[in-house]
Design a protein around this ligand. Structure first.
Ligand SMILES: O=C(O)C1=C[C@@H](OP(=O)(O)O)[C@@H](O)[C@H](O)C1
Ligand SMILES: C=C(OP(=O)(O)O)C(=O)O
Length: 439
């Protein structure tokens, strides 16, 4: 969770500091957690179609389960209780869990839920999703009230069969609005047996995540028709088996770079995954690094010598941009990140976070509209410091840069990795990085 210091600079609310010494790396196998984006979709669809508890989430050890997956599971459990008093669900820092749950509450007949979260989650944009829910389901009796910013309290209608079956939502701030509403359409289709649609207005950002939602709907047996910017859930046939969950490609982004540096391997790198961050494979190839399958299935090693700079877009893979910024800091030429505006709306202002990290490492950035030019330092520093601002991706990016460069890192607020990758520091230790608490 992020706050600001006396001078107004963003800082982590945590005062815990660690020192990371990357000078004794050893080749070892590194394993990512389950993908939180895949698991959240599968949990909702498992709940709707009778696959509960979801076997593939049950199979994960609780200590390795991303906090966002635990949030979503708690929310669904609240919806499965008999109708009764208002239930409280703390969404912590989870953007997707909060947005997905808001719609699921709204489409669960008679549900009454009070959602809360961190101050940062409260200030991230949610208005267009709420407006869409109220426009479509308000006439049936949905009420949605917002605190300042918490709690967000929803009371769902008991009968939605008379309203027009369409949600309209803008696509430019977050794909999560459309994904959340489409999962809502699946719930409404199952109950009413009539087609429900999401109409996306304007351009859609992070489009790969809406594709991921479509993939999961299809895996669970839903038929979804697409025409222009309208997605319609129009059929359901139970699938022969409940799909399993892949490892997380966002987390594999850090691990692939660490494994490259340490000469180790990554596991659970499933090329059949539909996660947008699998783009990391193509993006590292761009600069001369490549993966080779080795040993057991879904295990790879990374080899190569970087040549040139990289270019990547926040529209395609927003969550990889911090990771790629770390790689860009050790490349022999400047790099370019495009469509970076979306990064301001994440767990922290990640655009500012990336620029601060590059500068702490001795590099420079220049922002031209939506394009960030990044130039690595002529010589790497021996040591750099960073505050995670409570943002898991900034914490893991800073650690990755430390490993890639050999520079010692002093990091404030390391525990935020819980959100997507609770075992990150353990995995890093496996590759020989020495982590100690700082007074
Ligand atoms: O749907 C999802 O699971 C996600 C969508 C993306 O967000 P936006 O669509 O808000 O860019 C991504 O950044 C986030 O980590 C997870
Ligand atoms: C932005 C992220 O997640 P969310 O939007 O679900 O909080 C993320 O994990 O980087």
């Amino acid at each position: 969770m992020a706050g600001v210091d006396e001078g107004g600079a963003p800082v982590s609310m945590s005062t815990r500091r660690i020192l990371l010494d990357p000078s004794h790396l050893v080749a070892s196998p590194l394993t990512p957690p389950v993908s939180k984006s895949d698991a959240q979709r599968a949990l909702v669809l498992g709940h709707l179609t009778g696959a509960w508890p979801l076997p593939s989430v049950q199979a994960e050890s609780d200590e390795d389960l991303p906090a966002d997956v635990r949030v979503l599971r708690r929310g669904v459990e609240a919806l499965r209780l008999p109708a009764g008093p208002v239930r409280d669900v703390d969404c912590a820092d989870g953007g997707a869990p909060f947005r997905i749950l808001a719609t699921q509450v709204a489409v669960t007949p008679g549900a009454r839920v009070r959602l809360t979260g961190t101050p940062r989650l409260g200030e991230r944009p949610h208005g267009p999703l709420f407006t869409s829910l109220k426009d479509a389901l308000g006439p049936a009796g949905l009420t949605l009230t917002e605190g300042q910013p918490w709690p967000v309290e929803l009371s769902a209608p008991t009968d939605t069969s008379k309203v027009s079956p369409v949600f309209r939502v803008p696509g430019d701030q977050s794909s999560q609005y459309a994904s959340s509403l489409l999962l809502g359409c699946a719930a409404l289709f199952l109950r009413e047996r009539r087609a429900w649609s999401v109409e996306i207005e304007g351009t859609l950002t992070s489009a790969g995540y809406l594709e991921l939602t479509l993939t999961w709907l299809e895996r669970f047996g839903f038929e979804v028709q697409k025409s222009d910017s309208r997605y319609t859930v129009s059929g359901y046939t139970p699938p022969p088996s409940v799909p399993s969950l892949p490892g997380d490609w966002s987390s594999l982004g850090y691990l692939l770079l660490i494994a490259w540096k340490a000469g180790g391997t990554v596991e659970r790198a499933d090329a059949a995954s539909a996660h947008p961050d699998q783009a990391i494979l193509r993006l590292i190839e761009q600069v001369g690094l490549g993966t080779t399958p080795t040993g057991p299935a879904h295990t790879s090693k990374v080899t190569g010598r970087p040549a040139g700079g990289l270019r990547a877009s926040g529209k395609e893979c927003p969550d990889l941009l911090p990771t790629l910024a770390a790689l860009a800091c050790v490349l022999p030429a400047p790099s370019t990140l495009t469509d970076v505006g979306i990064l301001r709306l994440k767990e922290s202002d990640r655009l500012e976070g990336i620029r601060d990290l590059v500068s702490a490492y001795g590099g420079t950035t220049e922002l031209q509209g939506e394009i960030l030019h990044l130039t690595p330092p002529a010589a790497p520093p021996a040591r750099f410091t960073m505050d995670s601002r409570g943002d898991h991706r900034l914490a893991m990016t800073a650690a990755t840069l430390s490993v890639l460069s050999g520079a010692t890192l002093v990091l404030t607020g390391p525990e935020c990795v819980e959100k997507s990758f609770p075992g990150f520091w353990r995995q890093l230790s496996r590759s020989g990085a020495r982590i100690s608490e700082q007074p």
